[in-house]
Ligand binder design. Structure first.
Ligand SMILES: O=CCCC(=O)O
Length: 493
């Protein structure tokens, strides 16, 4: 059921009031020590949709205490019992999928098509980690001297602080909560202040699924920096898992260094999308639309720079511009809308200034290129060609619906251009020669490669980057090991 004007406010209330709008600490909904609250706003209409409690430093520390108290009990729960709770959470998310998707659209602005995709992706993390919870497998080996055995086992790392972004308010939360709970850890989730409602809704689903009080604590806050920093200074906290910008990641790593907290960091990206002269152009354009436009371009995996062989660049640009021009832009809850607004005015100004700088340096616009004025933080789908190599749009994460195209002549040049960045999250490669595709992929300095494929995100795969795109991996078996410490016992056999 889409929200129509006549009953928009009733439907908004239905979507936003089945879970608390307060802090969730130790299984209780709390207003917060200093009573501060903040508004959550719909990016398409600018209207307030809810008011949420804002955690202070003392609330953050109370959440750490709650997680610390719950840790011995949760880590002792049998793997099968943990698995069943996570499985139940997956089922409840599936049952409420449409409500969750519309809630995401309300607070994030993305199209309902993207939001439905996100809910399915998010729920899969609970299913995957329900299956992993019973597979925390260690090892036994004979030492090289032959004199003893080396027995290795994995233990829950302990209280974990999870800091999540606004672009995937459900999936980035479940991608961290799923493996943490499967490994036996307790958590404090600090969702982005633009999108706290989805996190609170997921906490309610976890409660209904049987997660005991104190195992999952949620503290939305407008004082994120101070609250997270104080939690990291608390000796009970042993893990930080962060998804967000490289800039904020650097600050958190400095904070975490004070107590040597183990960190998993999923940071910024600047994904190159390489199209070789032998690529199937239909499939390259389909892949480009996904790699660029999934989540409206607001994804760390979004293709940021298109490097296209000179022999096919004109045709590729023409076809991509045609597809981008045809996208239906509007309120994410609108009928058949494919692209919603950006998250806020700051995001729109950033995209606008990157495009303006590229144009000033000589780029031509095939479609889009001008910011909409008026209500909602909309930016049109845009394709730029003849982008000068020095343009900031090729260095910075655009986080919006803009595709800058640059041409190349040789494979070596394509690889060199692709690797010319401090980031190393993901690359996309299109070629019909598998051997070329694999050898180019291996030369790309990124943690993930989409080879003839415009999406790499998969709960079963290790997601993460090289260079300044982060540390550690999320998803797959690796994602659960991030929430463990391994212990080795040298045994005289
Ligand atoms: O934006 C970061 C995460 C994107 C994804 O998991 O596909």
């Amino acid at each position: 059921m889409l929200i129509r004007h006549a009953h928009r406010s009733e439907r908004t209330a239905e979507l936003t009031t089945w879970f608390p709008h307060d802090l969730v600490i130790g299984g209780e909904a709390r207003a917060g020590a200093d009573g501060h609250r903040f508004d959550v706003v719909n990016p398409a209409t600018g209207q307030r949709i809810a008011s949420v409690a804002s955690a202070s430093v003392s609330d953050g520390l109370a959440a750490v205490r709650a997680a610390e108290c719950a840790l011995p009990g949760w880590s002792a729960v049998a793997p099968r019992a943990k698995a069943e709770i996570l499985r139940k959470a997956f089922e409840l998310m599936c049952e409420r999928a449409e409500d969750l998707a519309q809630l995401i659209v309300l607070e994030n602005g993305k199209s309902l098509i993207d939001a439905r995709g996100e809910v399915a992706y998010a729920a899969e993390f609970f299913r995957w980690y329900s299956e992993e919870a019973v597979r925390l497998i260690g090892s036994v080996q004979t030492s090289p001297s032959g004199q003893n055995r080396i027995v290795v086992s994995h233990h829950p790392i302990g209280v974990s602080v999870l800091v999540t972004p606004w672009n995937f308010p459900a999936a980035m939360a479940t991608r961290k909560i799923g493996p943490a709970l499967a490994a036996g850890c307790t958590v404090i989730l600090k969702p982005a202040s633009d999108t706290p409602l989805t996190a609170l809704a997921i906490a309610e689903i976890l409660r209904q699924a049987g997660v005991p009080a104190g195992v999952v604590n949620v503290i939305p806050s407008r004082s994120s920096g101070a609250v997270v920093s104080a939690m990291l200074d608390d000796p009970a906290v042993r893990k930080l898992s962060f998804t967000g910008s490289t800039e904020v990641g650097r600050t958190l790593l400095e904070n975490a260094s004070r107590t040597v907290v183990n960190c998993s960091m999923e940071l910024g990206g600047n994904a190159p999308f390489l199209v070789f002269g032998d690529a199937d152009l239909d499939s390259a354009v389909d892949g480009a639309m996904i790699a660029k436009m999934r989540n409206g371009g607001e994804a760390c995996t979004a293709a940021n720079r298109f490097y296209v062989h000179a022999s096919v660049a004109e045709e590729f640009g023409r076809r991509l511009a045609e597809r981008m021009r045809a996208l239906r832009v509007g309120d994410g809850l609108g009928e058949r809308v494919e692209l919603g607004p950006l998250i806020n005015e700051g995001a729109r100004l950033k995209v606008d200034s990157l495009v303006a700088a590229a144009r000033d340096a000589g780029a031509s616009v095939l479609t889009g290129g001008e910011s909409h004025s008026g209500v909602g933080f909309f930016y049109p789908p845009t394709v730029l060609v003849d982008v000068a190599p020095s343009s900031p749009i090729l260095d910075e994460e655009i986080f919006g619906p803009v595709a800058p195209i640059v041409t190349f002549d040789t494979d070596d040049e394509a690889v060199e251009l692709a690797n010319r960045t401090e980031y190393g999250l993901v690359s996309y490669v299109y070629t019909s020669d598998l051997s070329r595709g694999l050898s180019v992929s291996e030369r790309l300095e990124t943690g993930m490669v989409g080879l003839n494929r415009g999406v790499v995100s998969d709960p079963a795969a290790p997601f993460g980057g090289f260079k300044q795109s982060g540390l550690g991996r999320e998803g797959g078996h690796e994602g659960m090991l991030e929430f463990t410490e391994s212990q080795y016992i040298a045994v005289n056999w």
